[in-house]
Design a protein around this ligand. Structure first.
Ligand code: ZN
Length: 545
């Protein structure tokens, strides 16, 4: 161990070893020279020595300052930030990583390979060098990387790709070189080390061929590639590079993904329903909450939210409770927190009673169609409190992440969007500007149905957007104006049909519409339970797919 450390000392400071050896030789030579001189000249030399030395020191300091100012103005040097974290200082264990079952299994495999490095070598296996973690931000990539280091008990160096992005050509590259050098030395002592590069895409995006500004980036990336290849013949210890990226793999330089570089991939995905439940339990454990709090429902309400979002929501919920001077967090607090995150703070606009009533009927229209006609969405809340710029909202979410959608489901989206407009029309005989954003949603969907999904009613199938502009075929649009007109009138037909369906439905259920509108006006907000109770009391069941 000691010899290893001394060796490293020598490798690291070999430059200084040479410098001191040369100075010693020079010193000896000058002393010998002085002794052989006539005594008068020798004394003269010795007398001017202090002044000469002072002059030299002053000059070196001045020029060093000058160069430092030019080169690193406003920027500290590489050593200013120590990216190293000791394994024992990492608080994250694999058990703290929630959900991500598949990713965790792969991570544990990596841990086993790091720990049993020697065995791997005996069996002739290739040591791991690069692991690419890919997934949306806030889903725990850093967490998982840290957990790997902790479980394998190896030093962990964490940097962000943007730390390497520099203006001056070569600075980023030298940073990469230094980082790898330090990690390699450490691995020599501890057996292995992990370098974690967050936002790998900042360094690793495909090399550019622009004349402006591309050089620095390219030299950094090249340095990274060279250093990763250098890890291959490492005898002393295993350096593993973990890169994390939110961007798709295709944006990375293909050279990075070649065998021997980032050739292992761990996909990090958003938490599933059961994972979100677990996440809520995990974060709620840290605060005091109402025992009757419905965690599964919170999990359903947070489709597509990341672990970081959920942590944020729980903290925000605690703040809501604190503001109301309660020491227990309730379902309502968390629910309010979700709406704050998604829709913005409540604002207080003074609507006239007439406007308020109109908003209530409009939102009731949405609510009725969602609850009884939409096959995939759950309704969590209907509200006529103003929030952000919205006058009212019916908060709904798909029951689970959907990867494909059927025509019925998409059509239900259109009906839901149009229901506010239709409800106003039935109630007042005229409509308001409040329908505008609903229309843009509905039209976008209807147009996609016809243009892209082959869901029109008269048998048009195909993705017609392909014909609009195709650079590979000369950039000319290959779609005639009459076909465009035809497709657009098809999507209009879908809109008309949806409005007609909704109108028939709402007219039939108008009594219930009046009930809900009145309730909304009274309470301003209806929660899931209240909505369900009223529907059940009127013999309406939630539609299920
Ligand atoms: Zn609306």
């Amino acid at each position: 161990m000691l010899i290893r450390k001394l060796k490293i000392l020598y490798y690291q400071y070999s430059f200084w070893f040479v410098v001191s050896a040369v100075s010693v030789v020079l010193l000896v030579l000058s002393v010998v020279g002085l002794l052989t001189m006539d005594s008068f000249f020798a004394q003269q030399q010795v007398a001017t020595l202090p002044l000469e030395t002072l002059k030299m020191i002053a000059w070196s300091i001045l020029s060093a300052l000058f160069f430092a100012k030019i080169l690193y103005s406003g920027r500290m040097m590489t050593s200013s930030r120590n990216p190293r974290i000791k394994a024992s200082d990492i608080q994250v264990r694999m058990d703290d990583v929630i959900g991500l079952k598949e990713a965790k299994r792969e991570a544990m495999e990596v841990v086993a390979l790091i720990k049993d490095h020697a065995k791997l070598r005996r069996m002739g296996g290739r040591a791991i060098r690069g692991i690419l973690m890919e997934g949306p931000p806030g889903c725990g990539k850093t967490y998982l990387a840290k957990a790997i280091a902790r479980e394998a008990n190896v030093p962990f160096y964490s940097l962000s790709g943007s730390d390497f992005v520099e203006v001056f050509v070569g600075v980023g590259a030298s940073r990469v070189r230094t980082l790898f050098q330090i990690a390699r030395n450490q691995a020599y002592i501890s057996g292995a080390a992990i370098i974690f590069i967050d936002e790998l895409d900042a360094v690793g995006r495909a090399r550019s061929f622009s004349f402006m500004g591309g050089q620095e980036h390219d030299s950094t990336l090249n340095q990274l590639l060279v250093n990763m290849d250098g890890l291959a013949d490492e005898k002393g210890g295993n350096v593993i590079v973990i890169g994390a990226t939110n961007a798709a793999e295709s944006t990375l330089d293909p050279a990075l993904l070649r065998p021997g570089r980032f050739d292992r991939k761990i996909m990090i995905s958003r938490p599933k329903l059961s994972d979100r439940e677990e996440l809520f339990r995990y974060y709620l454990r840290k605060i005091k909450f109402d025992a009757s709090l419905d965690i599964p429902r919170l999990a359903r309400k947070t489709v597509r939210k990341t672990p970081a979002d959920i942590q944020n929501i729980v903290q925000e919920g605690a703040l809501v409770a604190m503001r109301d001077m309660r020491d227990e967090v309730t379902y309502k607090d968390i629910s309010e927190a979700i709406e704050r995150v998604d829709l913005g703070q409540q604002t207080h606009l003074d609507l006239t009673p007439g406007e308020k009533e109109r908003v209530a009927f409009h939102e009731t229209g949405h609510l009725m169609v969602l609850y009884t006609q939409h096959p995939t969405d759950d309704v969590f809340k209907a509200s006529i409190k103003t929030r952000g710029g919205a006058l009212g909202v019916v908060y709904h979410n798909p029951r689970e992440e959907l990867y494909t959608r059927t025509r019925d489901e998409i059509y239900a989206d259109i009906k839901t969007a149009l229901a506010g407009f239709v409800a106003e029309k039935i109630k007042y005989g005229n409509t308001s500007t409040g329908a505008c954003s609903d229309f843009s949603n509905a039209m976008a969907i209807a147009s996609d149905m016809v243009w892209e999904y082959g869901m029109s009613t008269n048998g048009f199938i195909g993705d017609y957007t392909v014909l609009l502009k195709n650079p590979g075929r000369g950039g000319e649009s290959r779609i005639s104006d009459s076909l465009k007109d035809h497709l657009n009138s098809e999507s209009e037909k879908i809109m008309q049909q949806a409005a007609k369906d909704v109108e028939a439905f709402l007219k039939k259920e108008w009594k219930l519409v009046e009930v809900f509108a009145r309730e909304l006006l009274e309470k301003s907000e209806l929660d899931y339970d209240e909505i369900e109770t009223t529907f059940k009391a009127h013999g309406k069941e939630r539609v299920t797919s």
